[in-house]
Design a protein around this ligand. Structure first.
Ligand code: ADP
Length: 518
């Protein structure tokens, strides 16, 4: 082990050019490739579309022996094997849908040393039969794709990944390399621990996607907003993500009748239809796919020019992944998110009915996402800093905030003072919705019974729409002047909020912006 010099990476360059026809590695790829070639355990964190596959596919062709790739989804493996085969690389996958005959053929090809990359799901790899078979052939390394699945802290824990810790014992000469798009340090440490990586090299790529332009619009005639975006990308490929299946069906139907070439995709459709719709999109027989999050995992379509979220995703991780499917070819692409306060409630309801064991963490993720939407900070900066990375560009020129598309209010400090005073009058016992009712002078019965119509701040913002005031409260939260506290998310002033009440500090508040969506 040790660092690899330029001359050692020459074969890697040769393979990159000959097999893939690419001229250069991306910044982190070269380092990641060197570690695999040097047989040093590693953990590589790159965002979706960052180019993780090449980090193990190239070394597999440079090193002696066969590389084993562990991946959670059959469709994902199949796509990769097909793509490799099309490039003339001997790759194979083993799964439970194959006949004994197929499995025997693959085994023979492995024994003869022909296969360079073998793809398997963890449960197959970990069967004793497979393990002892693999012990009898030269293995160069193991690549663990979607490695966050090994961690309880990740968003997609899969118990079968846990067993992968025995790889280091059973194959002491093979290096193990983990790949994930999940950046949290806790997950990262857990992956290294669970997989028993030996002093792994940890490489974390930039989470910024400079070629993506982000826009976050408060919902206001959603279908019209969606069509506006699509109209600017006529004839180009794009994805519209909806939260529910029903919304997928409705949106797809509405787009279709508006003459937009589109198809739906969600887990409620039968396999054949899903497969056919996906194929139609990949082969550009249809421009737009309207989908739930079920769509996209492992789909390598590099020329997606826009991704529209017709509702707010449940976390910034999800948003990063889904929006990240745009512009994988590195060319400009647009990501538009249409959100409303109701989205937070929708997620809350979904999560209350689901596995409640990490309800609080899950809701924290939802709130972070909501804060991002209503926030007025550069979207690139906000996303990247959520993943713990620095972003030192003053004006990204690629988001609604930096492009000056937000409609800012004239005297934000005075407006903020009104809202903050209202929160103080409610003595930290109420959440966003109630505070907004009080400020806008709602005749809500509960509010009247509590005598809150007698507060000096009651109706202080009665000239404004409740949805606008709510947005301002959320903007004050996202700029850290207000905080949601405790189980019920009651509002309280932060120390900087106390300062702002005394007119110390600056703040930005915006009006719902219809300029970019009309
Ligand atoms: P990830 O698995 O990290 O989401 P992929 O490995 O699927 O990303 O790569 C994303 C896209 O970038 C693919 O279309 C791939 O062909 C392309 N790509 C990866 N590395 C390079 C490179 N060095 N030069 C040009 N294109 C690349």
């Amino acid at each position: 082990a040790g660092t690899v010099t330029q001359s050692d990476s020459q074969p890697a360059y040769e393979v990159l050019r000959r097999v893939w026809g690419y001229d250069e590695f991306r910044p982190l790829q070269e380092e990641a490739v060197s570690d695999v070639i040097a047989s040093r355990d590693s953990l590589v964190v790159l965002p979706t579309g960052g180019g993780k596959s090449l980090c193990y596919q190239v070394p597999a062709l440079v090193r002696d022996g066969m590389a084993v790739v562990v991946s959670p989804l059959i469709s994902l493996m199949k796509d990769q094997v097909d793509a490799l085969t099309a490039n003339g690389v001997a790759a194979a996958l083993v799964n439970s849908t194959q006949s004994d005959e197929q499995k025997r053929t693959t085994a023979a090809r492995i024994r003869s040393g022909e296969i360079r990359l073998l793809y398997m799901a963890p449960e197959r790899l970990l069967s004793e039969r497979t393990l002892s078979f693999l012990e009898s052939v030269p293995i160069s390394f193991f690549a663990i794709d979607e490695a966050h699945c090994v961690s309880n802290w990740g968003h997609d824990f899969r118990p079968e990944y846990r067993g992968l810790r025995i790889l280091k014992q059973r194959f002491p000469d093979a290096s193990v390399h983990a790949f994930t798009a999940t950046a949290s340090e806790r997950v990262r440490d857990d992956i290294a621990e669970q997989l028993q990586l030996q002093s792994p090299k940890v490489l974390v790529g930039s989470f910024d996607r400079p070629n993506l332009t982000y826009r976050m619009l408060p919902s206001d005639g959603k279908l019209r907003q969606i069509r506006n975006v699509i109209d600017q990308h006529r004839g180009e490929s794009g994805v519209v993500y909806c939260i529910t299946r029903k919304e997928v069906e409705q949106t797809a139907a509405a787009l279709e009748s508006a003459g937009v070439s589109s198809l739906p995709y969600h887990a409620g459709l039968d396999d054949a239809t899903r497969q056919a719709n996906q194929e139609a999109f990949i082969q550009e027989k249809v421009d737009v796919i309207v989908a739930t999050v079920a769509f996209g995992m492992g789909i390598d379509k590099s020329n997606v020019r826009f991704v529209i979220h017709a509702g707010m995703p449940k976390s910034i991780e999800h948003y990063q992944q889904e929006s990240g499917r745009a512009g994988r070819d590195g060319l400009a692409a647009e990501c538009v998110l249409i959100y409303s306060g109701g989205d937070t409630m929708t997620w809350k309801r979904i999560m209350e009915n689901g596995d409640r064991s990490n309800f609080e963490d899950a809701m924290k993720s939802v709130y972070s996402m909501a804060d991002l939407c209503s926030g007025v900070r550069c979207r690139h900066a906000a996303i990247v800093s959520y993943f713990g990375q620095e972003f030192d560009v003053d004006n990204c020129n690629a988001c609604d905030v930096c492009l000056g598309e937000l409609d800012t209010v004239e005297d934000p400090v005075t407006l903020s003072q009104k809202i903050l005073s209202g929160v103080i009058r409610l003595k930290g016992r109420f959440g966003v919705a109630y505070t907004v009712k009080m400020l806008t002078g709602s005749r809500d019965q509960k509010l009247m019974d509590a005598g809150h119509d007698q507060l000096s701040t009651y109706g202080l913002l009665s000239n404004e729409a409740a949805s606008t005031v709510k947005m301002w409260v959320e903007q004050l939260i996202s700029q850290d002047y207000l905080a949601r506290v405790g189980e019920y998310g009651t509002l309280a002033l932060t120390p900087t909020g106390q300062q702002l009440l005394k007119r110390i500090g600056s703040v930005t508040l915006t009006r719902p912006n219809l300029k970019s969506s009309s």
